[in-house]
Design a protein around this ligand. Structure first.
Ligand SMILES: Cc1cc2nc3c(=O)[nH]c(=O)nc-3n(C[C@H](O)[C@H](O)[C@H](O)COP(=O)(O)OP(=O)(O)OC[C@H]3O[C@@H](n4cnc5c(N)ncnc54)[C@H](O)[C@@H]3O)c2cc1C
Length: 438
């Protein structure tokens, strides 16, 4: 059976609405055979192929003027091994669905980012990460993958089978082939004890290492134009679930973090001069402490649309880099209505992971949709250059391969795998030409 295909001059846009594409056709395969047929057909016609996950990247990484392959109908669990603690899924599975499939079997992902709308392959392909100095990003959980290559053949890889491909493909940027299935290492389900607390930024940075090393997952959001950091420390616990209560949860996660925050952002967009005053209202949240299942703690709803840039710098430089971002905002007179996010991960060995070979600290800056982001993001990027900063592949940045290639010690290993698997660049697009070179 052929996959569902839309050829009526389709348009595609990402979640943030800042990237649009006019593909030749949009395909919605539901089987691996259908994916193979799409790739073979494109190869025969000499056209490009691009897979899209759930469109949650801010860059044009998922855009194409060729064949767009939407895997939203290819997202089932294929196997769960409760003894080996692994799960194999079709690549288009959303993380939120994976979480819900794992939970009844007493399993969970060890860490997640702050949303779970992404697909497994989309999240891992761009080195998506959460926070936790002892935990690497999501791609480091991959133990095996199956790729559909440029000629339509399938290739299975792991540390024992095609190890060089496996090494590179975990963070493949969609440049090596269509990821068909992914096997992930999971852990027994666990609860997290959450403590959310606004604190003076200086106080937090003064004993940052103790906070980062003393908690399983520590992060902060510094609120520009104030002294305050909204801190969040999550620790594994054997305590039973002690939720905030449905009403309190709704108030915190929906009303405050989304509806009220969105209203403040809209007000700030209309009256930018009010932003510093609105920021004080944002920073005025109180302390909260509760226990919940890990996946419910990690990811929350995101209803306010924004544009984001995020840089990974060596952990040791993180506090200094954040202070410089603060000084830049204050000295430049920029009015910033979104908090600056500050997170940590362990190093990994994946060539194009932003944490490749180094303990990392992530600094993320955002602007509300419809607001100018370039002067802010470009200014922050200039600071990140001084720390050999590596931009998140799915978030806005202004670099290309000439600078990026020097920031990844194993860059050439990735390029060698790409040259072998996709010599004709069937899977490239404008973004990949820019960041990886033509
Ligand atoms: C509100 C919001 C919150 C976010 N929070 C975080 C966070 O906490 N931490 C973090 O690190 N990032 C975060 N991100 C960024 C996000 O995790 C990444 O951009 C991620 O890549 C999005 O996944 P996706 O499924 O939407 O993939 P897409 O954006 O659709 O695609 C990303 C890339 O993956 C490729 N791809 C997707 N599926 C396949 C496949 N089957 N085979 C080959 N290539 C494939 C695409 O071709 C493209 O190159 C956030 C983004 C948003 C919008």
């Amino acid at each position: 059976m052929r996959s569902r295909t839309d050829v009526s001059w389709p348009t595609w846009s990402n979640w943030a609405g800042n990237q649009t594409a006019r593909p030749l056709a949009v395909h919605r395969p539901e089987t691996e055979e259908q994916i193979v047929a799409i790739v073979k057909d494109a190869a025969a016609r000499g056209t490009r192929v691009k897979v899209v996950g759930s469109g949650h990247s801010f860059t044009d990484i998922a855009c194409t003027d060729g064949h767009l392959v939407d895997l939203s109908g290819y997202g089932r669990v294929l196997a769960i091994d409760p003894n080996g603690l692994t799960v194999t899924v079709q690549a288009g599975m959303r993380l939120e669905h994976l979480n819900r499939a794992l939970d009844p079997r007493g399993l969970a992902m060890p860490n997640l980012g702050d949303i779970a709308y992404q697909t497994v392959a989309g999240a891992t392909s761009t080195a998506t990460h959460g926070t936790g100095a002892r935990l690497p990003g999501l791609a480091a959980q991959i133990v095996a993958m199956r790729l559909i290559l440029a000629d339509g053949s399938a290739l299975d890889c792991s540390t024992v089978e095609e190890p060089e491909v496996f090494h590179a493909a975990r963070v493949g940027l969609g440049a090596l082939g269509v990821v068909s299935t992914v096997t992930l290492q999971v852990v027994p389900a666990f609860n997290l004890h959450v403590v959310e607390e606004p604190l003076p930024l200086g106080e937090v940075l003064a004993d940052l290492d103790a906070r980062v090393d003393g908690n399983d997952h520590f992060e902060l959001f510094w609120v520009p134009h104030t002294d305050l950091a909204l801190t969040k420390a999550n620790n594994r616990t054997t305590e039973p679930i002690d939720r905030r209560g449905r009403a309190k949860e709704w108030v915190d996660d929906r009303l405050m973090e989304n509806y009220a925050f969105g209203a403040l952002c809209r007000l700030g967009r209309r009256r930018p001069g009010w932003i510093p005053h609105l920021a004080r209202a944002l920073a005025a949240s109180g302390r909260a402490s509760y226990v919940d299942e890990s996946y419910r703690v990690f990811a929350s709803p995101r209803l306010v649309r924004f544009y984001e840039m995020e840089y990974a710098v060596p952990r040791a430089a993180g506090a200094e880099a954040l202070q410089r971002v603060r000084r830049f905002i204050e000295d430049s007179g920029l009015l910033v209505s979104f908090p600056v996010e500050f997170r940590f991960t362990a190093p990994d060995d994946i060539p194009l992971s932003t944490a490749s070979g180094r303990e990392s600290c992530y600094i993320a800056v955002h602007v509300f949709e419809g607001m100018e982001h370039r002067p802010y993001f470009e200014g922050v990027e200039r600071i990140m250059h001084d720390y050999e900063g590596r931009p998140h592949w799915g978030k806005l940045h202004f670099q290309d391969w000439s600078t990026l290639s020097r920031r990844y010690p194993e860059w050439d290993r990735f390029v060698a795998v790409r040259d072998r698997l996709d010599p004709d660049r069937r899977f490239t697009n404008a973004y990949l030409d820019r960041v990886l070179g033509p």
